[in-house]
Design a protein around this ligand. Structure first.
Ligand SMILES: Nc1ncnc2c1ncn2[C@@H]1O[C@H](COP(=O)(O)OP(=O)(O)OP(=O)(O)O)[C@@H](O)[C@H]1O
Ligand SMILES: [Mg+2]
Length: 243
């Protein structure tokens, strides 16, 4: 069953066409990755899927509902880990989760045990009463992941979930995402790390200048184009991933 379908999706910011007539379908339980250089349009596509902003034209359905017509129903079933950490700096770690739970009408007596369970899941329980400014970058990322799970989402949208993390924290996040996948949660992610795409994604869309250049499994791409995923990426976008 399709969880997301996009047909002829276009997004303009003024005179800039950030997403240029793209089509894709994402199935239940799949991990689907958007790869591509800075400015390719990845975050824009994600923001449209989680109903943050409407498409300029085209048709996007999530859970078979139109993103422009059923925003609150769709949003209630999605978890989002945005590219920028937008935690509330005036609240503690635990309070950030409790306050966020209110947006989903989760009662305090339910949200407290749930928040503690999620802090445990992302292994930052010992920081529950710490202020956000006293967390490391990796801990903030893990807290945002915990927060995205507060409504037990069927679909999780992860915009560069491990950017800036050390290798240990990155592996720990991959481990958590694989556990969610095993529970049949659908994952959509963007990443600049080809190892991450290979480890997690069933299929990837490689984007450049607002267009999808190709959609395939990492293994399928490597077979078709030869070389590893980094070399495929270079071949298809003309852009190096490393200096
Ligand atoms: N709110 C906005 N207003 C105007 N232009 C925008 C806005 N958001 C993004 N853009 C432009 O749209 C294009 C696509 O941006 P987007 O953030 O979707 O790229 P991205 O693929 O996520 O890049 P990155 O890898 O750097 O995160 C860029 O040219 C960007 O400057
Ligand atoms: Mg982005």
């Amino acid at each position: 069953m399709e969880i997301v379908t996009a047909k002829g999706l276009v997004k303009d910011y003024g005179s800039l066409r950030a997403v240029d007539n793209i089509n894709f379908e994402i199935s239940r339980g799949e991990c689907f990755g958007f790869l591509g250089p800075n400015g390719a349009g990845k975050t824009t596509v994600m923001s449209i899927i989680y109903c943050f902003m409407p498409p300029t034209s085209g048709n996007v359905k999530v859970f078979s509902m139109d993103v422009t017509e059923n925003r609150s129903e769709i949003k209630s079933r999605i978890g989002v880990m945005p590219q920028e950490d937008n935690l509330d700096p005036d609240l503690t770690v635990l309070e950030n989760l409790i306050v966020y739970a209110r947006y989903f009408d989760i009662l305090k007596k339910e949200s407290l045990p749930l928040a503690k369970e999620l802090l445990d899941f992302v292994e930052i329980s010992e920081k529950a009463d710490v202020n956000i400014k006293d967390l490391s970058g990796g801990m903030k990322r893990r807290l945002v992941l915990a927060r995205s799970l507060i409504n037990n989402p069927e679909l999780l949208i992860l915009d560069e979930p491990t950017t800036g993390l050390d290798p240990h924290s990155r592996h720990s996040v991959w481990d958590k995402l694989n556990q969610l996948k095993a529970k049949d949660t659908t994952l959509i992610l963007t990443t600049h790390y080809m190892e991450e795409a290979e480890k997690l994604c069933d299929r990837v869309a490689i984007m450049d200048l607002g267009k999808i250049v190709t959609i395939d499994s990492p293994a399928g791409l490597m077979k078709k184009h030869g070389g590893n995923l980094e070399e495929v990426y270079l071949k298809l976008t003309g852009k190096q991933l490393k200096d």
